[in-house]
Design a protein around this ligand. Structure first.
Ligand code: PHE
Ligand code: ZN
Length: 889
C-alpha cells in the first residue's frame, strides 16, 4: 500500500543552477539491449547564480563512469535521481558513460525501440533517461552527436541540425556525425536510427536560402507523405508572411513513428511525429485526418520560433510555447481554409474552424477546469510535469493569446511578437517576459490581464438587460465571476473582451452607439470588461434588440444568459455572427437534451425541429457550416452542465434527440445526401469536405432513427465509397444504429484494412464509442474486452490504447458508466496494467474518472472503490498517483 505521494514542485522555488552546460558532445553505440552513451560536456559556472555544486539528473541509467577533468570527482552525492558534484574553477569537462536498454523501455520516454528502429522522446524530462545532465529547459547548450549502428538494421542515422560526416565502420556498422548550430535545451534533443525512406523537397526561403525538407517513413508508407510535405511548405510560407519568421536551418526533417505517447514533437530540425499525424492518402485517411496532419505539421514547425529559438525557463511556463503555438496553428489553419474557400466563403470557413476549436475547448478544457485537476494556464505546482500537457495549458492558453490579439489588434500583436523575439531570441524565458513585450510594444498596461495566467476555473459571464422605450435606449449590465478551484477560493476580476452585436426585430444587426458617442458605428464591437460588473448604455435604437454576446467566442468563459426557445430559434435563424448562430443551436440542443434527461420533457419541441429544419434547408449556408450547426453538443460538455451528472440518463436523452431529428427530418436528410454528392477523384478541399461532412451527418441521423431508406443508403454508400471519408462515415452511421447491417460492414472493413494500423485504430474507436441502440445488444464494455484480444490490439501501443480504451472511457459516458459498475472495474484493471508499462498513457486513462464527484450518488459509490483500488496498487507511478490522489482528495 502506497502511503506517500510524489513531492510537489513549486513554481516559486525556481532558482538558476550554479553550473550550466556550454557544449555537449554525445556519442551513441546503439544496441537493442545495451546501448552505450558517452557524454562529454563543458560545464560552466552560471554568472546569474550563487555558488553551488554541479547538479545532474539521472533516471533509469546504468552509470559506468563519471569523471571531472579526467579524474574521479572529489565529492559526489546522489539522491532521488539527482547527482551533486563539487567542482573548482570556472569551467570543467564532465565525462559520463552510461548504458541503457532501449528495448526494455516501454515508457516511450528517453531512448526506445519501435519496429526495430531507435527513437527518442525527451520532452519534458526524458533526456535524463539517456545521460546524466542538468535536464532543465534553462540550460541551453550547443550539441554535437555521433551515432553508430549496424548498417543493416539502421541504414538511416539522424539527429538535430546539420550532417557533418558519415561513413563505414568495421563489422557492418556505420556512423553519422551531426551538429546543431543553435543553442538548445535538452528536451529538444533527438536521434533516430532506423530503416526509413524519405520524401524530399528543396525549397527556397524568403531570403533566398535553399533548404532541404524531408519526411522520413517506412518504405511502404512513402505514398502517404505528400500531404505532410505540402503542409510543411505551406507552414513555412505562412510564418514568413504572417510573422516574418524564416526557417533557420539548411535541413528540416519530419520522422514518423508508430509508437508515440503524444501527437508530435518539435525537436530542433528533427520533428518526430506519431504516424497518425503524418500519413494520409485518400483510401486510408478522412478529411479530418487531412486537417489534423496539416495543423500538427504546422504546430511543430511553428515551435521552431515559439518554443525553440525562444524557450521556457522552467516547465511552469509551458503555455509560453504551447498556448502561443496552438494560437499560431489555429490562425494558420483558418487562413488556409479561408484561402481555399475564396472571398465569398472565407468568413464562413473561418467560423467553421473557430467552432471546431471551441468545441474542443468546451469538451475537454471546461471539465478539466471544473474538476480536481483544475490549474491556471501557468500552474503554481505539480507533482508530475507530464500530467500538465493539458487542455488548459494548450487550448485555454491559446484562448488567452487570442484575447491579447483581440485587445491589441493584429498589428499591435505583431509588433509585440517582433519585440519579444528581439529581446529574447536564444533565451529561456517566462510568460511575464512575453506579456511585457506585448505591453511595451503597444504602450499598454497588461498587469490585470496577467490574472488569466494565475487563476484557474472557467469564468462565468452574465448579462442583464433593460429596454427603455421612451429614450429608445438599451442598457446592458455585464458581470463576471470565477468559481473557486482547488487552492484558489477567491478570484479577482479578469480583463474580458466581449464582442457584441444587437439584433433588431427584423433580424438585422443594429449599428452600435454608446451613450455619449456622436454617431453610430460598426455592428459588432468589443467591450472590455475589467470590473466585477459594468453597465453599457446603447442609444439610437428603434426597437428592443436581441443581444448577441461573445461573438466569435471572444473570451474562454461560460455565458450565463437566460434565453427562451423563441429567442434561441431567432438567433439560430438571424445572428449575423456565424459562430453565435452555431452557438444558439448548441444552446437550444442543450436545453432540449437536459430537459429530456431530467424527465421534464419526453419529446422534442416542434419549434426546435423547425429551427433545425430551417438551417438544414438553407441552401445559402455553406455545407460545412450546416454540418457544424446541426451536430449536437458533445456529451462531455453536456455532463458538465448537468448537476448531478447522470451519463445514462443523458444518453437516453441523446438517443431521443438523434432519433427525433432523424425521423422528423428524414426527407430533408435524404435530400441532402442526394444534393451533396461530390464527383471526381478525392481531393482534400474544404468545399468537398463540407459536403461530405453534411452527408455523413445526415446518414447518422437517418440511421439513428432506423429509417429504412437511410440504412439502405448507408450500406450502398459504404460499398460504393471512393475514399475513406465516405466509407468511414457510412460505416459509422451503420454502427450508430440498431441495424444488424453494421456487423458484416465492420467485418468487411477489418478484412480490407487488417494490416493497416492507423485504419484499424478507427475501427477500434468506432466500436468503443458505439451507443447501445438495442436493449438486447451486449454491453459495450464486453465488446471492448473482446477487442482487446484482437491480434492487432496492444497495450504497448499508445494509439491502440487511445483508440479503444480512451474512446470508451472518454467518449462513451453512457456505456462506460453503466449502472452495474462493469465499466469502472474494467477501468481500474486497465489503468493498473498500463501503469506498469507506460505511466504517461496510464495517467491519461486515469483522468477519465477525475470528475467522479459530479456524478450521481449511485455512480460515486461504484467509482470510489475503483479509485481506491488503483491508489493501493503496487508500484504506482507518480503520474497516476497524482491524478488519483487529487481525484480522491
Ligand atoms: N511539445 C509537443 C507539442 O505540443 C507535445 C509533446 C509533449 C510531445 C511531451 C511529446 C512529449 O508539440
Ligand atoms: Zn506544442
Amino acid at each position: 500500500m502506497r502511503t506517500e505521494h510524489a513531492p510537489t514542485i513549486q513554481r516559486a522555488d525556481y532558482r538558476p543552477l550554479a553550473w550550466t552546460v556550454e557544449r555537449i558532445d554525445l556519442h551513441f553505440r546503439l544496441d537493442p539491449t545495451a546501448t552505450l552513451v558517452t557524454n562529454r560536456m563543458v560545464c560552466v559556472r552560471n554568472p546569474d547564480a550563487g555558488a553551488g555544486p554541479i547538479r545532474l539528473w539521472s533516471e533509469a541509467l546504468e552509470r559506468l563512469s563519471l569523471t571531472v577533468d579526467g579524474k574521479a570527482p572529489v565529492s559526489l552525492r546522489e539522491a532521488d535521481g539527482q547527482i551533486e558534484i563539487d567542482a573548482d574553477g570556472e569551467r570543467v569537462l564532465v565525462e559520463v558513460l552510461t548504458r541503457i536498454n532501449p528495448q526494455a523501455n516501454t515508457t516511450l520516454s528517453g531512448l526506445y525501440q519501435s519496429n526495430g528502429g531507435y527513437f527518442t522522446q525527451c520532452e519534458a524530462e526524458g533526456f535524463r533517461r539517456i545521460t546524466c545532465f542538468p535536464d532543465r529547459p534553462d540550460v541551453m547548450a550547443r550539441y554535437t552527436v555521433t551515432l553508430e549502428a549496424e548498417r543493416d538494421a539502421c541504414p538511416v542515422l539522424l539527429s538535430n541540425g546539420n550532417l557533418l560526416e558519415q561513413g563505414d565502420l568495421p563489422d557492418g556498422w556505420h556512423y553519422a556525425k551531426w551538429e546543431d548550430p543553435f543553442l538548445k535545451p535538452s528536451y529538444l534533443f533527438a536521434l533516430v536510427a532506423a530503416r526509413l525512406e524519405a520524401l524530399e523537397r528543396e525549397v527556397t526561403t524568403a531570403s533566398g536560402r535553399k533548404v532541404l525538407l524531408q519526411v522520413w517513413v517506412e518504405a511502404r508508407d512513402l505514398d502517404r507523405c505528400e500531404h505532410a510535405m505540402e503542409s510543411l511548405i505551406h507552414s513555412m510560407r505562412w510564418d514568413e508572411e504572417a510573422f516574418g519568421l524564416e526557417l533557420d536551418l539548411d535541413r528540416f526533417m519530419i520522422v514518423a513513428v508508430s509508437d508515440f505517447n503524444m501527437g508530435a514533437m518539435e525537436n530542433k530540425g528533427l520533428n518526430i511525429f506519431n504516424t497518425k499525424f503524418v500519413l494520409a492518402k485518400p483510401d486510408t485517411a478522412t478529411d479530418i485526418d487531412y486537417e489534423n496532419v496539416e495543423s500538427v505539421v504546422a504546430h511543430e514547425y511553428f515551435h521552431n520560433w515559439t518554443g525553440n529559438r525562444v524557450t521556457c525557463r522552467d516547465w511552469f511556463q509551458l503555455t509560453l510555447k504551447e498556448g502561443l503555438t496552438v494560437f499560431r496553428d489555429q490562425q494558420f489553419s483558418a487562413d488556409m481554409l479561408a484561402r481555399a474557400a475564396g472571398p465569398e466563403g472565407a468568413a464562413s470557413a473561418r467560423a467553421v474552424k473557430r467552432i471546431d476549436d471551441v468545441r474542443v475547448l468546451r469538451a475537454a478544457q471546461f471539465p478539466e477546469d471544473g474538476g480536481p485537476m483544475a490549474h491556471p494556464i501557468r500552474p503554481d505546482c505539480y507533482q508530475e510535469i507530464n500530467n500538465f500537457y493539458t487542455a488548459t495549458v494548450y487550448e485555454k492558453g491559446a484562448e488567452v493569446i487570442r484575447m491579447l490579439h483581440t485587445l491589441l489588434g493584429p498589428e499591435g500583436f505583431r509588433n509585440g511578437m517582433d519585440l519579444y523575439f528581439s529581446y529574447h531570441d536564444g533565451r529561456a524565458v517566462t510568460c511575464d517576459d512575453f506579456v511585457e513585450a506585448m505591453a511595451e510594444a503597444n504602450g499598454r498596461d497588461l498587469d490585470q490581464f496577467m490574472h488569466w495566467y494565475a487563476q484557474a476555473g472557467t469564468p462565468r459571464l452574465s448579462a442583464r438587460a433593460s429596454w427603455d422605450a421612451a429614450s429608445a435606449s438599451y442598457t446592458l449590465t455585464l458581470s463576471q465571476h470565477t468559481p473557486p478551484t482547488p487552492g484558489q477560493p477567491d478570484k479577482r476580476p479578469l480583463v474580458i473582451p466581449v464582442a457584441l452585436g444587437l439584433i433588431g426585430p427584423d433580424g438585422q444587426d443594429c449599428p452600435l452607439q454608446l451613450d455619449g458617442e456622436a454617431s453610430p458605428g460598426a455592428c459588432t464591437r468589443v467591450l472590455t470588461l475589467t470590473e466585477a460588473e459594468q453597465t453599457f448604455r446603447f442609444v439610437g435604437l428603434t426597437a428592443e434588440p436581441v443581444p448577441s454576446l461573445l461573438r466569435g467566442f471572444s473570451a474562454p468563459v461560460i455565458l450565463e444568459l437566460e434565453e427562451d426557445d423563441a429567442r434561441l430559434a431567432f438567433r439560430m435563424a438571424n445572428d449575423a455572427d456565424p459562430f453565435n448562430r452555431w452557438d444558439a443551436a448548441q444552446r437550444y440542443s442543450e436545453r432540449v437534451a437536459l430537459a429530456l434527461a431530467a424527465g421534464i420533457a419526453d419529446e422534442l419541441p416542434q419549434a426546435y425541429v423547425d429551427a433545425f429544419a430551417a438551417l438544414l434547408n438553407d441552401g445559402r449556408l455553406d455545407p460545412a457550416f450546416r454540418a457544424q450547426a446541426l451536430a449536437l453538443p458533445t456529451e462531455g460538455y453536456l455532463l458538465e452542465r448537468m448537476s448531478p451528472a447522470d451519463p445514462v440518463a443523458l444518453r437516453s436523452a441523446m438517443v431521443v434527440v438523434m432519433h427525433g431529428l432523424g425521423q422528423a427530418l428524414a426527407d430533408d436528410w435524404l435530400g441532402v445526401c442526394d444534393a451533396m454528392q461530390v464527383s471526381g477523384p478525392y481531393r482534400y478541399h474544404p468545399a468537398d469536405a463540407g459536403r461530405r461532412a453534411l452527408t455523413g451527418l445526415a446518414l447518422r441521423y437517418l440511421c439513428a432513427a432506423g429509417d429504412e431508406r437511410g440504412l439502405a443508403l448507408a450500406q450502398a454508400r459504404y460499398e460504393g465509397a471512393g475514399n475513406m471519408t465516405e466509407r468511414f462515415a457510412a460505416l459509422a452511421a451503420l454502427v450508430q444504429s440498431a441495424s444488424t447491417a453494421s456487423v458484416p460492414a465492420l467485418e468487411a472493413f477489418h478484412q480490407r484494412y487488417h494490416d493497416d494500423a492507423l485504419v484499424l485504430d478507427k475501427w477500434f474507436a468506432l466500436q468503443a464509442g458505439a451507443w447501445r441502440w438495442n436493449e438486447a445488444a451486449p454491453r459495450t464494455v464486453e465488446c471492448v474486452r473482446a477487442l482487446m484480444a484482437d491480434p492487432a490490439f496492444s497495450l504497448s501501443n499508445p494509439n491502440k490504447v487511445y483508440a479503444l480504451l480512451g474512446t470508451f472511457f472518454r467518449a462513451n459516458p453512457g456505456e462506460f458508466h453503466a449502472a452495474d459498475g462493469s465499466g469502472h472495474v474494467f477501468w481500474a484493471d486497465q489503468v493498473i496494467a498500463l501503469n506498469a508499462r507506460n505511466p504517461q498513457v496510464a495517467a491519461r486513462m486515469a483522468r477519465a474518472l477525475e470528475n467522479w464527484r459530479r456524478y450521481t450518488p449511485a455512480l460515486q459509490a461504484s467509482i470510489r472503490p475503483q479509485l481506491e483500488r488503483v491508489l493501493a496498487s503496487e508500484d504506482l507511478s507518480p503520474d497516476v498517483a497524482e491524478v488519483i490522489g487529487k481525484a480522491l482528495s
